[in-house]
Design a protein around this ligand. Sequence first.
Ligand code: DAK
Length: 260
Amino acid sequence: MSDSLILQQKSDGILTITIQRPQALNALNADVIATLAEAIDVAQTDADVKTVILTGSGDKAFVAGADIKEFADFSGKQGKVLAQQGQNLLFNRIERSAKPVIAAINGFALGGGLELALACHIRIASDNARMGLPEVSLGVIPGYGGTQRLPQIVGKGKALEMILSAKMIGAEEAASCGLVNAVVSPDALHDAAQKMARSIMKNSPKAVSTAIQAVLAGYEDGINGFDAEINCFGASFETEDFKEGTQAFIEKRKPLFSGK
Ligand code: DAK
């Protein structure tokens, strides 16, 4: 495992993680997945990190998929095990991160690369980005959560069109179907992601993470999302952030949240 596979920069509560395999359009191999997973894990307990931005190095790709050269020889058994490990190790952890993760999609986001962006809480794309799940063109299906998260985000009809046709869509089409939250010029991408991060960081970190938890509950087997929301809502009243938020409103000042 090598740290140089990702670049980590922290400033003003924002951790920017840049995947650095430009020679392979930032394709995800096992080392990148493990390194990213560790960075996301560490961020959970790093008090200096309030929000994470995930992006790719260079101006061509966010991530052009799982590393085709690495998985070309896998057996069925290996594929299943690795899909399970990858989903648990990285993709589910990003989705369940208590600190919001924003994907800044700076070019191709294909296959495992789009699945990585789908696991993030918010997606902002540059207007030259191209997105798709081309797995069926390689004889496999999406294995890092794409068959589940894409329909959750864009609806079953559009998801099936994208998955079955294996076609890429551009940033504007991605925005029109809700796949990305915003589209900006490549030069403005970093600032747009930072601006989004800052708009989230104005709020209670505790309430933000609880809201993520409540939204995700609705997609979990055997869990009633409304019941989960009621429980999360009740728990919010016991937090320091709730006391600070309401007190600050009454005193007509900005809240100073502790995140507790
Ligand atoms: N893997 C490995 N190398 C890649 C790559 C990838 N996904 N994408 C690009 N590269 C490499 C190219 O091989 C090339 O390397 P060299 O030949 O120079 O050594 C370099 O990046 C530059 O790429 P191109 O020369 O192809 O650049 P172009 O501008 O001409 O084309 C492109 C850009 C993005 C259209 C093209 O590179 C492309 O089609 N890339 C592949 C896209 C793709 O099909 N991605 C994979 C989707 S399938 C699994 C779970 C999940 C998955 C797999 C396994 N398990 C749990 C086991 C998921 C699978 C996928 O993601």
